[in-house]
Design a protein around this ligand. Structure first.
Ligand SMILES: [Ca+2]
Ligand SMILES: [Ca+2]
Ligand SMILES: [Ca+2]
Ligand SMILES: [Ca+2]
Length: 375
């Protein structure tokens, strides 16, 4: 719209000039317009010429004047070569945007960690092994020490749940009748004849495992498979001793009637310690690992278990064993066993004195029992 008025004005002027018949040469800056090049931005021609027309037409076709508005769209494609160089600089800026996309891929890696959690109802003793009833291998889910990795010991229990009890262990102690020496296993209920004996009331082993016995004729020693007489009953003032025990230090005690004696194993002499305070030795005394001296005392029909003070000889009642004629006592593997004249092996509770038969060897009359020093 802005261009139509000057064009008309130029055309009118051109018409008037031609009619004048005079073609006045052009001067000045209009010469620069020859060839249709762009104007310098502010044409100052006030006189219309053909050059001016030409210039104006050229200007419309070519580059826009700086003072004009270019309305033609840019239709020329950018032919600049694409940037083909890869970006080799590492990205050093940390990723601060949180990952908001959910993990939809399934976990395909197998679980290789063992399941260490056991239902508490299947592991009541909390030893880490499930009970047999739950498909586990804890053969006693009420005792934590009893388990597949437990250690086997001499007792009534298969401590390591392998189906066998006391495997590979010697769980025997000595026992004798009026005429024979045996090794008996109180857990398996088996006995093995070792040899015959002189008439003995009782015996025990000393600290090196040597077996000593007392009988109506005195003190005996068992060595190299044979018994030998050490001495008579020198120093005995009352009834013939029928109970005999050696403690962990080698001190030997004998009980007979209502008395307690100290026995010198080197000389075979008996020294009175004191009176039992009304109790009568039934047939044996025994010393446990903590050097507590126990004795079976003749009661009314049933023997009693009593505790003896090794310094004074005074006896204290613990309780009735519940069986008569308990002539043998031995302490081993934490148990206190009594052996009686009816062939029974009795487990005795040292706290209450009460006995419970665990084995019976029919037709045996047990007189004495002895364990090794280490038991
Ligand atoms: Ca268990
Ligand atoms: Ca257990
Ligand atoms: Ca076992
Ligand atoms: Ca066992």
């Amino acid at each position: 719209m802005m261009r139509s008025a000057p064009l008309l004005f130029v055309l009118l002027l051109a018409g008037c000039t031609a009619a004048d018949g005079v073609d006045t040469p052009e001067r000045g800056s209009d010469r620069a317009d020859a060839g249709g090049r762009a104007d310098g931005g502010s044409e100052s021609d006030t006189v219309a010429t053909s050059d001016t027309l030409d210039d104006t037409l050229q200007d419309d076709v070519a580059v826009a004047d700086s003072g004009e508005t270019d309305t033609a769209a840019d239709t020329t494609a950018d032919t600049t070569a694409a940037d083909t160089a890869a970006d080799t600089a590492p990205d050093t800026a940390p990723d601060t945007a949180p990952d908001t996309a959910p993990d939809t891929a399934p976990d395909t890696a197998p679980d290789t960690a063992p399941d260490t959690t056991i239902d508490p109802a299947c592991d009541r003793d909390n030893d880490g092994f499930a009970a047999l009833s739950c498909g586990g291998d804890d053969c006693n889910d009420n005792l934590a020490p009893v388990r597949p990795d437990g250690s086997e010991g001499c007792d009534f229990t298969d401590n390591n749940c392998d189906g066998a009890n006391n495997e590979a262990l010697d769980c025997t102690f000595y026992a004798h009748t009026p005429s024979a020496l045996y090794r008996i296993d109180p857990f398996a209920g088996t006995s093995t004849l070792v040899t015959s004996t002189p008439t003995l009331w009782d015996f025990d082993t000393d600290t090196d495992g040597t077996l000593w016995g007392i009988g109506p004729d005195g003190l005996y020693r068992f060595a190299s498979g044979a018994w030998s007489t050490v001495s008579g009953l020198s120093g005995v003032t009352g009834s013939s001793p029928n109970g005999f025990a050696i403690d962990s230090t080698g001190r030997a005690y004998a009980t007979g009637g209502g008395q307690v004696y100290l026995v010198n194993l080197d000389t075979g002499t008996f020294s009175l310690i004191g009176n039992l305070g009304g109790f009568t030795s039934s047939g044996d005394c025994v010393v446990d690992k903590s050097d507590t001296i126990y004795m079976s005392a003749s009661g009314f029909g049933e023997d009693d278990l009593v505790r003896i003070n090794g310094s004074t000889g005074a006896a204290t009642l613990i309780g009735s064993i519940g069986f008569p004629s308990v002539y043998g006592l031995t302490a081993a593997w934490g148990f206190l066993f009594g052996l009686d004249a009816s062939g029974n092996v009795i487990e005795i509770n040292p706290t209450t004195g009460r006995g419970n038969i665990v084995q019976n060897f029919s037709n045996r009359v047990w007189y004495g029992a002895a364990s090794s020093a280490g038991r």
